[in-house]
Design a binder for this molecule. Structure first.
Ligand code: FAD
Length: 524
């Protein structure tokens, strides 16, 4: 027999599965000798009070061997010789689209401008050490997309847009820790993601799909408002319907669509800075004690949304025990983002803190029409590059100094490898953004005692929060509203934000495409 119960226990108890088994026995009244084993189904930390608890949903195997599968496997048939479709971009949206196409009997041909996930690492190292930005291979471009070198947070607010469980199970099938199926806030970590991404690629190739690295789509081939295929920078042509999953950093793709007169529209996004504290301080604040996380708790997370000047200001992509990384994808850009290893063990915790902006907030950019916020963000990143000294050095300011409108005379240590330079960011960041950030930091400082400190550092700029452009598509067919056979997909098209939501959108585009080819989206 299997029995599921909820337990509320201390972090120390929760860290030892034998202790969990004993508590399970005492709380369920089932004799310990009858409980063969226990399995944790759900885990969340309740740190709202001084006494911290771990809430567990636990399954006990009573006089029964634990042999139910740890995750649900997906079957990938061989699709060599089946109808083919082109997937542009091997980020989470593209990879999950390709895997879903295979499930549905369609052969995916992936076109990726960047390198495979291992070779990509050399280019990110060069960026950190020598400030060289390779416009085809960086933290945004290459196998695994923007999510490959990240914290690998796998929670999403857009649960209605797809099957989150399925996405997590596919990650497990390709080597992710089973804990991602259990934790309320699952994450994988930048040390483990590349191996998982590689296994996904191997699966795609073993199933008959193709993956072309260092191949950039330059043009969509369109006849009579129907996509026939694509042309690439190395002179190749690939024919088929196209899932366009190029992410929001591929600005050349937006310009290409604009030049090809394919309908797009300007979309709001959020911009700001990345703030970094010592992880010990964040642990102290969140776990309400001087000792911080102690032996049994993970590096503490935080998240907030406050209103400032009539706009939402929120924390974005928080990385506990992580590092800040240079996320530029072209020349004259300084952009910051964050990543963490699986153990979240660094001595810093960072987070984006960003203000929502809409196209109408910056009338001076109205002349660019659908590209207005794209131009705004490009200018902002160039401003950061100029203030950083035209390398990957990031302009920076102590948090309290920023709030008080004062240039910092010195800067605290930071995890950002290319280095930082003191800059009066309150002066050059658009007033619309900086005034709201100043107000928001004061509010956050009131709720999180100790957060608003000059020991924290702000780095500029955080600008790749979501796409500044939407590529318009039909809700039902998922095809572009005017171009048949073109499936705008994932974050770059404006339909996802984050790894899991991009993956789910990839699956949905694949299903719509399969339905068009097969007349049904059920496996053939
Ligand atoms: P992308 O991941 O951007 O992938 C697009 C792909 O298309 C890229 O590989 C690119 O090289 C390729 N491409 C672009 N143009 C072309 C072209 N013309 N031809 C061929 N290929 C092309 N999200 C989370 O949920 N959790 C996190 O912890 C997290 N951390 C992050 C950390 C960092 C440093 C960064 C940069 C992002 C992070 N994100 C995180 C955001 C997340 O990575 C994105 O939301 C997600 O990757 C979007 O998926 P996508 O497939 O739509 O696009």
């Amino acid at each position: 027999m299997q029995k599921d119960i909820d337990l509320r226990i201390t972090p120390e108890q929760a860290s030892d599965i034998e202790k969990v088994r004993r508590i399970f026995s005492s709380q369920s009244g089932i004799p310990l000798k009858d409980i063969n084993s226990v399995r944790i189904l759900r885990r969340s930390i309740d740190a709202r009070q001084r006494n911290i608890f771990v809430n567990l949903r636990v399954r006990g195997y009573v006089n029964e061997v634990q042999d139910d599968p740890a995750f649900v496997s997906t079957y990938y048939p061989n699709v060599k010789g089946c109808p083919q479709a082109i997937v542009v971009g091997a980020g989470p949206a593209g990879l999950f689209a390709a895997l879903r196409l295979i499930e549905l009997g369609i052969c995916p041909i992936i076109i990726e401008r960047g390198k495979n996930v291992r070779d990509r690492k050399r280019d990110t190292a060069l960026m950190n050490r020598e400030h060289v930005v390779n416009p085809e291979s960086n933290y945004c471009f290459g196998e695994g997309g923007a999510g490959a070198y990240s914290d690998g947070k796998l929670y999403t607010r857009s649960k209605k847009r797809g099957n989150v469980e399925k996405i997590l199970n596919v990650f497990c099938q390709h080597g992710a820790e089973l804990s991602i199926l259990v934790d309320a806030h699952p994450h994988i970590g930048t040390d483990r993601l590349p191996g998982i991404i590689e296994k996904m690629r191997v699966q795609i190739i073993l199933s008959g799909g193709e993956v072309h690295f260092e191949t950039r789509m330059n043009k969509l081939i369109i006849e009579n408002n129907t996509v026939k295929g694509i042309e690439t920078d190395n002179g190749k042509t690939f024919l088929g319907q196209v899932i366009l999953a190029t992410g929001h950093s591929a600005r050349d793709v937006y310009y290409m669509l604009h030049d090809q007169k394919i309908k797009i529209e300007a979309k709001g996004l959020a911009v700001g800075f990345r703030v970094e504290h010592s992880s010990h301080l964040i642990d102290q604040i969140q776990y309400h004690c001087k000792e911080g996380r102690g032996e049994f708790l993970p590096a503490a997370e935080y998240s907030f949304v406050v209103q400032a000047g009539g706009r939402g200001v929120y924390s974005f992509c928080m990385c506990p025990g992580g590092t800040i990384v240079p996320s530029a994808s072209g020349p004259k850009q300084v952009v910051v983002n964050g990543m963490s290893p699986s153990n979240r063990g660094s001595r810093w915790s960072n987070s984006g803190v960003v203000v929502e902006v809409h196209p109408e907030d910056f009338p001076e950019y109205a002349k660019y029409d659908e590209l207005s916020l794209l131009k705004f963000v490009e200018d902002l990143e160039e401003l950061a590059w100029l203030h950083g000294g035209k390398t990957q050095v990031a302009p920076a300011q102590r948090l309290y100094d920023f709030v008080n409108g004062k240039k910092s005379e010195s800067l605290p240590d930071t995890s950002y490898a290319p280095g930082v330079i003191s800059s009066p960011m309150h002066e050059w960041m658009p007033r619309f953004v900086s005034s709201r950030l100043q107000e928001a930091f004061k509010k956050v400082g009131n709720s999180y005692k100790g957060y608003l400190t000059n020991e924290a550092i702000l780095l500029g700029v955080e600008s790749r929060t979501s796409s500044p452009v939407r590529i318009l598509r039909d809700r039902e067919t998922m095809q572009h509203i005017e171009i048949e056979g073109l499936y705008p997909c994932g974050e770059g098209a404006g339909y996802a934000g984050g790894i899991v939501s991009a993956a789910m959108d990839g699956e949905r585009c694949a299903e719509a495409l399969a339905e068009k080819i097969n007349g049904s989206n059920k496996p053939t």
